[in-house]
Design a protein around this ligand. Sequence first.
Ligand SMILES: CC(=O)N[C@H]1[C@@H](O[C@@H]2[C@H](O)[C@H](O)[C@@H](O)[C@H](O)[C@H]2O)O[C@H](CO)[C@@H](O)[C@@H]1O
Ligand code: ZN
Length: 292
Amino acid sequence: MLLVHAHPDDETIMTGGTIARYLAEGAQVAVVTFTLGEEGEVIGDRWAQLVADGGADQLGGFRIFELTTALAALSPPDASAERVLRPRFLGGAGHFRDSGMAGSPSARHPRALVQAPLDAPVALLADIITEFAPQVVVTYDPAGTYGHPDHVRVHEVTAAALPIARGRLGTDIKVYESVTGQSALESGLRAAAGRVPSGWRMPHEGELPRCPDDVITAEVDVRGVYARKVAALAAHATQVTVAPSGTEYALSNNILTPISEVEHFVQVDGPRSGAVGRESDLFAGLDCGYGG
Ligand SMILES: CC(=O)N[C@H]1[C@@H](O[C@@H]2[C@H](O)[C@H](O)[C@@H](O)[C@H](O)[C@H]2O)O[C@H](CO)[C@@H](O)[C@@H]1O
Ligand SMILES: [Zn+2]
């Protein structure tokens, strides 16, 4: 399984439980992150001076450490050194820079991901897909989940790289977009309504991205690795705060978001498993023995 993400923290926020579950089941998993997250805000005072704007511009390097810690937390506790999941950056660490939120001046940085002609990241990702030869690829939806320019670009690059790699490999690849299921989100928000940490707020109606339930094609149960997902979220401490309950998190905007026990996906390409209703396993229909 190859998961393609924009910034350190996305892998855990969107797909942390799925990564942990398939690692635990012995699947080969790789995470490719396009940028170091250099333009992020920082939660708390301790690392606040690392920021790019008006600071030491060291946040990108520090988020390599956070990502390394998070991926280790998602790995099986008894994993041998070579089985611990490690960060992998498109073009190498620091090649493409975090473009910043929509409208940010940082989008004009010469190394900003959105500045790169599309064929450059496409060629790099096509090589990674060819080398890794995944049976399953996970990316974002065309909206980039919540519209971040880097997330949109990750979707575009992945969509363009897959046909190139598939032509080289001659194999089918199941392609999924990671989404937040509407019912799961609303259920998590209802459960959390009575335990909003001080300084946090509940999201306004429709503020958090969600996918209509009838569009979802796969639901991965991550209850068995939930603690690893929470530990990995906590590892991204400049970006994520885990609530005392251990069942919700907030980014630097202090908006309460449930840490879901299920992770949802929409299959957009590749062989269908023929499952009736939602697949419970992204490898369904492939003869590989994962997915319970
Ligand atoms: C989850 C994610 O994609 N985070 C991005 C995002 O960070 C958000 C951004 O700083 C926004 O201004 C805040 O209100 C919000 O709380 C942050 O999560 O954008 C950053 C800049 O591109 C990026 O580094 C971060 O990974
Ligand atoms: Zn992101």
